[in-house]
Structure formats: C-alpha cells, structure tokens
Design a protein around this ligand. Sequence first.
Ligand code: TRP
Length: 450
Amino acid sequence: MNIQKTHNEWSSRLAFILAATGSAVGLGNIWKFPYITGENGGGAFVLVYLLCVLLIGIPIMIAETMMGRHTRQNPIDALKTLTEESGADHNWHYLGWLGVVAGFLILSYYSVIAGWASAYVLKAFVGSFSGEDAAGIKQIFGDFVASPIQLIFWHSLFMFATMWIVNRGVNNGLEKAVRLLMPSLFVLLILLVGYAMTTGSYNEGLRFLFTPDFSKLTADAVLTAMGHAFFTLSLGMGAIMVYGAYLPNNISIAKTSMLVAGADTVVALLAGIAIFPIVFANNLQASSGPGLIFETLPLAFGNMTGGWLFGILFFVMLVVAALTSSISLIEPAVAWLVENRNITRQQACVWAGGIAWALGLGTVFSFNVWSDVKLFDRTIFQLLDYLTANLMLPIGGFCIAVFTGWIMHQQHSAQELAMPSQGYKVWRVLVKYVAPSAVFLVFLHVVGVL
Ligand code: TRP
C-alpha cells in the first residue's frame, strides 16, 4: 500500500459509509449521550441536540467530506491547498492544526474511558455483576475508578490497540470490523430496550428523554448539546475530512452523510431508551455523570436471563465501537506526519499514540488522586472535554462552514457535491448562514451577551 503521496481509496461506497459510521458511532453515543442528557435534564436537551445534528451537523459533515475529497490530502495540507486555490488568507491553514490538536486531546481521554469499557468485558466475563443490586454495581464502579493502576493498565491496552490498527492503515480490516459490529450492536441495543420495558419505569424513561422542559435548559446545556452534535458525528477536527480524502469520486457525499448521521442518531437514542428506565426503576441518579452507563447496564446484565453472555458481548462491542472511533482521532495527525515528515507510518503511530497516552494520564488521575485538582471549577477530564467538545469542535466546525460557504469557489463545491440543484441550494444556505450563525449565537448566549 502506498500512502506516501497518492492516497488510497475506499473500495466502495459501503466501505466509506462503514468507516464514517464506525468513526461516528462510539462512546459518544453510548456513554456520553446518556450521561450528559441525564446531567442536563432530559427532553429539552435532547431536542436541541437533534436540531443541531440536523441543521449544523449534517451540512458541516457534507462540507468536511467534500473538502477532503476535493484535495485528497490530510486536513492540514488540505486547508493549504484550498486556501491557495481560492486565493484566501493563508492563516486558514491553522484550522488544520486546530483539528490535529483537538484530536490528540480527545483521544487522550477517549482512550481512558474506552479502557473502562475494556475492563468491563473482563468483569462481565468473571460474573461480577450477577445478582448485584444497584448499590453493589455502584460500588464496583467506584472501586474501579479509584485505582489509578487499573485505569492506566486498561488505558494503555486500548491506546496500544489503536496504534496497532492505525499502523495497518485505516482501510485494512476496518471494513470487516464495522460490517460485523454495526448490526450486532444494533441487535444488542434492541435487546436492552426490551429489558428496559420490563423494569416498570419504561414510560418514565421515555418521558424523561422526549418531553422537553425548557426551564431546565441552561445556556451551558445548549452549548453542550451543540458540542455533542459535533462530537458524536466526529466533526470539526478533520477526521471526516481524512476519510473523505479516500472517497471515490462518483459517490454522493450528501446522501452518504445523511445516512451516517441517521445511523449515529438512532444508536444514541436507543442507548438513552435502554438506560433511563433502568435509572428510574432503581432510584439511581440520572445526573450521576460519566459513570452512568457503568452503574446501570451491569444491573440489567446481572438480572436478565442470558445476561452473562449479553454483558460480555455488549462491552466487547462497545470497545470495538470505540476503536473504530479512536483510529479516526489520530489518523489526521498520522497522515500529516507520514506525508510531510518523511517518517514511516509505524513511527508516526508510535509518536501520535505515545503523546495521547501521556496526556491521558491527566484524565486517569482526575478520577482518583487528582479528583480535587480543579481549574475553572473542573477536573482535568472535565476541562479537556469542555475545551474540545464545547469549544474546539464548534469553532472548527464554524470555520469549516464559513470556509466552504464563503471562501471556497462555488463551482468547486458544486462540482464536488454534484447534487440536484435544489439540494445544493439548501446545503449552501445551511453552511453559509444557518450553521455559522447558530454556533455564534450559542457562544454569545454562553458568555451572557444574549
Ligand atoms: N464520534 C465519536 C463518538 O461518538 C468520537 C470521535 C471519533 C470524534 N472521531 C472524532 C469526535 C473526531 C470528534 C472528532 O464516540
């Protein structure tokens, strides 16, 4: 495989859809969406998130994929090429750098949480959950995150797996993994929803998720919902741009993006529908934070028939879903290193993975020995999450929208997207006006100007 200058391509439309869905569907859907929904009061938050996916996320996903395919380069060089081509200010290429840095920061904590999921495969396997009540399950989680050694072990294992896969090239073997993963994950989530129906609190869970109570919606919640739309769709840092760079020319970017965003949203909603009934049936706290799925789902596995097997399968799939996402977090950096720094792909993986691993220690310690260390009232983990998901990704996305809407030559985007003219017009209005002003207004709202 020659990845030096000429990018390789996905073998088919399906391959790209699988890779992009693999990147999108991950901890964001199953771990993060439920816990931030719980922290931010439910329905109204979910509604804002859905609106953001539709009006900001999908248009920007189309824009980002298009920028990648048009240039067929890593995000940093793609931005350089695009600015030259459109005669724009060369400072635009810092956008590529912003993305690479955001990718590192996200990967650093993503790997720690994916490590939790990996540890839970083992816990499920040895039967730790069977017969436990809510207090017992909470205790298991509490004891686990209190141990830096255990968290470091699993974090290292996951980071190593990420580096190993990225080294082999993102389109080697990934296709098969995602092809198997997506349907299985879907089936297991449906099964969990089935269990949720038996808890007696199913309706309460649905009401929490889908009945908006706008009095619970703070400015920060709106920002979190918008940031999560970027996070869950892998937007705003060049991940989808890199994948777009490998996309064959004859494929409709718009249709493909809508499909990926649709699948991603369904997975998140199913996770929410499975989890909240368990929360209410067991008098757990919806707002309990990043531990939410680890304190609820094991209860289901510990008490349902066949729960031992389903528990193992579920956490295995969560780890695989996290892997197909984490590789897209370092691929921009790796592609840049290989294409510019004259080093091998293997060396690039070791460097990129090593740096993200070291950064990840900050997140590990913020759940135990450094849990009292706070900056702006946040632990290191919370700070990294806020900085990336709530600030860097929306800023990156804003710039992508402005760039494709206002700066890139219209013929280029029209040609690359090759959409029916109505569809193209709608997309253009969205990236040119709607998405940038929405992001801007949310920021103004948060700093209190609005
Ligand atoms: N979307 C993934 C998830 O929901 C995480 C992810 C992968 C990501 N690549 C990304 C987030 C790029 C932001 C940018 O788990």
